[in-house]
Design a protein around this ligand. Structure first.
Ligand SMILES: Cc1cc2nc3c(=O)[nH]c(=O)nc-3n(C[C@H](O)[C@H](O)[C@H](O)COP(=O)(O)OP(=O)(O)OC[C@H]3O[C@@H](n4cnc5c(N)ncnc54)[C@H](O)[C@@H]3O)c2cc1C
Length: 381
């Protein structure tokens, strides 16, 4: 596969790094400590077009193909060290914008997509519950059809963007006896009667991305806000997860490149035993492993995106990309931290935060174990 960028693609990739380095990193350490979302940064990236990269222009997006989209997000991850901000944008794009585009009615698309692309609305996705994580379709939140509206009852947890969300894609069952075939998607708007959000959940990493529980107590959702038909929630969720697995870690590839560059620079300048630590073969070996992982992760990312653009199914490639990049990102951050020694371990260091930010990638959008099971079953096991 030829992954050479055109002049236009290259210009976009360079422009996003410029914007990110100039405007998104200031005060990150303090925001991370305070667990604070950067709404100003969100708005700047929306104005650049990030929130609508793959959304057609008629709905306010840039209408880019999947490969260009991940190529731009990769460079965003390189330039912007605020992994939490990028994570929030990813949740907004892959689990709200894209399923709306695929499953929404014309009215729903016209009503919500332009504002999602402009960053005026913040999207969130609510699938996980206290008793249903990997086994997502065992959810217990119910939706009862009352004619012109549904009544939702239950609760969701780990809802990324929940505290600031204007529009939540909620999965609930219209008939528990039907198992996964009863699961249905709903667009629940901020202010809906019976909707409430819990306090912010505190996380190990990506702390600048807010998260909370969401509660439904006879929550009224108009029938016109059902996303897809009754019982089509499984297709909707699979669609979101496939896009998300393929693309959500594009920025992690950029982050890995940054970690590699920082580690090389440090290994060259840090002297112990009268020479640069980069002259020690054991340090070199770590740097080489970082480079290997970066290139393997990038290939998996581009391959999944290019295959999506060719119209083929990407269940396998998306799971491979998610698994490869998440595991590589964590290992890369660990290597970078080890190369930086005591400095790397300190709270002020970028590396300590990068490692905390990376760890969650092995859990969200399906854990590494779940990706392995998907891959094994697609290999016929
Ligand atoms: C940072 C972050 C953001 C998130 N954002 C959202 C969000 O916006 N919306 C949302 O709905 N959810 C969100 N989640 C939740 C996420 O989707 C779940 O954490 C994930 O699906 C795993 O579910 P669980 O945590 O309940 O783990 P469990 O399913 O309880 O798994 C626990 C352990 O058992 C393993 N395991 C489970 N089943 C199997 C199996 N069949 N084979 C082998 N091993 C297995 C898992 O791999 C894991 O190691 C987020 C999570 C994190 C960490």
């Amino acid at each position: 596969m030829d992954f050479k960028w055109s002049k236009d693609q290259q210009a976009l990739r360079e422009a996003v790094v410029e914007l990110a380095q100039a405007e998104l990193n200031e005060g990150l350490h303090e925001r991370d400590e305070r667990e604070e979302f950067n709404r100003g940064g969100w708005n700047k990236l929306a104005a650049f077009g990030i929130h609508g990269l793959p959304i057609p222009a008629e709905y306010g997006g840039m209408g880019l193909d999947a490969l260009t989209t991940v190529g731009v997000l990769e460079r965003l991850g390189y330039g912007c060290r605020d992994n939490g901000l990028i994570f929030s944008i990813n949740a907004h794009m892959w689990t709200v914008g894209m399923p709306l585009l695929a499953f929404g009615t014309d009215e729903q698309k016209a009503r919500f997509l332009p504002k999602l692309c402009a960053g005026e609305l913040v999207g969130a996705n609510a699938m996980s519950e206290h008793e249903s994580g990997s086994d997502a379709y065992s959810l217990t939140t119910t939706a009862e059809n009352r004619g012109d509206h549904y009544l939702l009852n239950g609760s969701k947890t780990w809802v990324t963007n929940g505290p600031i969300a204007d529009l939540i894609v909620v999965f609930a069952t219209v008939d528990r006896d039907k198992g996964p075939n009863g699961v249905t998607g709903f667009l629940v708007e901020k202010g809906a009667k019976g909707l409430s959000v819990g306090g912010k959940l505190r996380k190990m990493g990506i702390r600048t991305s807010p998260m909370c529980e969401v509660f439904f107590d006879d929550c009224e959702v108009p029938v016109e806000n059902r996303l897809g038909r009754e019982g089509a929630g499984k297709n909707l969720f699979t669609h979101s997860m496939t896009w998300e697995r393929a693309c959500i870690l594009a920025s992690a590839v950029g982050s890995m490149e940054r970690l590699l560059e920082t580690s090389i620079a440090y290994a060259r300048q840090r002297k112990q035993f009268g020479q640069s630590i980069g002259k020690f073969q054991m340090v070199q070996s770590r740097v080489v492993d970082m480079k290997l992982r970066l290139e393997a992760a990038r290939s998996a990312l581009y391959r999944a995106a290019a295959q999506r653009d060719s119209g083929k199914s990407i269940f396998l490639e998306a799971a491979l990309a998610k698994l490869q990049i998440s595991e590589s990102w964590v290992r890369c951050a660990e290597d970078a931290l080890q190369i930086h020694g005591g400095y790397g371990y300190m709270r002020e260091s970028e590396i300590e935060r990068e490692l905390r930010d990376a760890v969650g990638s092995r859990i969200y959008s399906g854990t590494s174990e779940i990706q392995r099971s998907i891959i094994a079953s697609l290999l016929g096991l």
